[in-house]
Design a protein around this ligand. Structure first.
Ligand SMILES: *Cc1c(COP(=O)(O)O)cnc(C)c1O
Length: 368
């Protein structure tokens, strides 16, 4: 059977390996496996959220409230926007898909950093749009400017702030300056999957969605509950933009795209700011240990504004070998060779997990 031509060129997104796989393949007990490959919150989920979700379990035979009134209410109170500025997705991933389908096609192009969140490219390929990339692994706005000025068909620009999988960020002032140079008909996506981390570390990195969309009617801010809020398994993300953008994206949203349990979880998660605050604090405390560790064994890193750190390896080390060797020891990290990098990305874990990581990684690194 033949499928659309566009699919031929798409490589499957390789998600971080699940704990179950390590249990099956290496006969390691589930409780001994440490997952540091998908940037989940190592402190789990707020107990208040777990409790609230339990209470709605007996309602799962009903479709959820498709207006998502309560969640939107929580978000608009948090961000100071109105309901017409918000769209909810099954992860912010789903909103990325709506954005690309709504705006990109065979006759135009999209622009992104050379090394950034892999789904931008996958969605873009699916609609056959031209994909333009900068030349550096980290976001350099001058490179975006150069490409943008040379083309008159760029309809989406993706800025991943902070950037996954490298961890760097741009200041709000740099981003706003750049946005002023972009035409009204180019949609700029600010992917804020790790914004909670970046703004915790450095206020200059903070992009406030309400302020952003007031000044830039062509920008959309994406947030997710998967990382800071500890709800990766629930699949909830949101987009904030002016109502013209939101009303167009809403046309592509399937009904009931979030489950009853996910909705409840996200609503409650917004109420427990203390949990997020504590996660941010511990993340950056533990991050210091990684910086010291990398420094001690002579591994290059880029300062990270996220909950992960990327080790850029020297040529005599091999990222795939190292990631696989770690896997056999029950520690799942992310090999970045599919991004064309000899590097591994490690999600910052709990103190205990990190100590185990250091011990295991040192041995493997020395050996190969
Ligand atoms: C994790 C992540 C997302 C989306 O996560 P969802 O779980 O789909 O909400 C989006 N962008 C980046 C850069 C991410 O790392």
């Amino acid at each position: 059977m033949n499928f659309n031509e566009e699919l031929k060129d798409i490589k499957n997104y390789s998600a971080g390996k699940p704990i179950e796989l390590v249990v099956r393949e290496y006969s390691i007990k589930a409780e001994d496996v440490i997952k540091m490959a998908s940037n989940e919150n190592p402190y789990g989920t707020s107990p208040l959220v777990v409790e609230a979700v339990r209470k709605v379990c007996d309602k799962m035979y009903l479709y959820p409230d498709d207006s998502m009134y309560e969640l939107k209410d929580g978000l608009l109170n948090r961000f100071g926007v109105t309901e017409s500025n918000i769209i909810i997705g099954a992860g912010s991933d789903q909103i990325l898909e709506f954005i690309v389908r709504a705006k990109a096609n065979k006759n135009n192009s999209v622009l992104m950093a050379k090394t950034t969140f892999a789904m931008y490219e996958i969605y873009a390929k699916a609609v056959g749009t031209a994909i333009l990339k900068t030349s550096s692994h980290v976001h350099k706005l001058d490179e975006f400017r150069d490409i943008y000025k040379k083309r008159d068909d760029v309809k989406i620009i993706f800025l991943c702030l902070p950037n996954n999988p490298i961890g760097e960020c741009l200041t709000k002032d740099e981003v706003y300056q750049f946005l002023r140079e972009i035409d009204d008909d180019t949609l700029v996506v600010i992917d804020g999957a790790y914004q909670e981390f970046a703004s915790y570390k450095d206020k200059n990195m903070k992009i406030d969605p309400a302020d952003l969309i007031k000044e830039f009617p062509n920008a959309i801010y994406l947030g997710t509950f998967s990382k800071a809020y500890g709800l990766g398994g629930m699949r909830v993300g949101y987009g904030i933009a002016n109502e013209t953008i939101i009303s167009s994206l809403m046309k592509l949203r399937p009904p009931f795209n979030i489950t009853t349990l996910s909705l409840k979880a996200a609503i409650e998660a917004l109420k427990d700011e203390e949990f997020v605050e504590k996660s941010m604090f511990l993340n950056f405390e533990e991050m210091k240990r990684y910086e010291k560790f990398a420094n001690d064994i002579g591994i290059e890193i880029v300062p990270s504004y996220t909950n992960f750190i990327t080790f850029l390896l020297k040529d005599d080390k091999n990222s795939t070998f190292i990631a696989n060797s770690m896997l056999k020891k029950g520690i799942i990290i992310r090999d970045l060779s599919s991004y064309g990098l000899n590097a591994v990305r490690v999600t910052i874990g709990t103190s205990e997990q990190n100590s185990q990581f250091f011990a295991t990684f040192s041995k493997i690194y020395d050996a190969g």
